[in-house]
Design a protein. Structure first.
Length: 137
């Protein structure tokens, strides 16, 4: 299946931070991103979420991701925030209540094809006993 998505990424760059390290945090999770600096923040747009999906599987946090994605779903979009410090290490850590010491990377995913629910199922499939359920049976 071919997915058509627009992923907008923004992250503030604080005076105490090195811009390149914040850019590295973004590209560790979204390797296709080419962050540009404007007005105190880095911005990027990508159309690929494969690395994030692989990290969710590897870290075995699919249920957490699904909860965040579905909780923030609005129409054809969903959004989430990642802790910058974890992302710099190539680790996905959702910033739900606590933004973390270095703040967050904000991500907004708009799905054009096929639909939001199918795309979330693709990125973070439903699980049973912590393992992805094989849709093919």
């Amino acid at each position: 299946m071919i997915y058509s998505v627009d992923i907008e990424i923004t992250a503030p760059v604080y005076d105490t931070e090195v811009t390149d390290r914040v850019a590295d945090a973004i590209t560790n999770i979204f390797p296709g991103a080419d962050p540009t600096y404007e007005h105190g923040e880095l911005r990027a747009t990508v159309h690929d979420i494969e690395t994030l999906s692989e990290l969710l599987h590897r870290q075995e946090i699919l249920d957490t991701a699904r909860g965040v994605f579905f909780d923030t779903r609005r129409g054809d979009s969903f959004s989430f925030q990642l802790k910058k410090q974890a992302a710099l290490q190539g680790v996905v850590n959702f910033a739900v209540d606590n933004p973390g010491e270095l703040g967050t990377i904000s991500v907004r995913v708009r799905v054009e094809e096929p639909d939001v629910e199918s795309f979330i199922d693709y990125v973070a499939p439903p699980t049973e006993d912590g393992r992805p359920i094989d849709a093919d049976g």
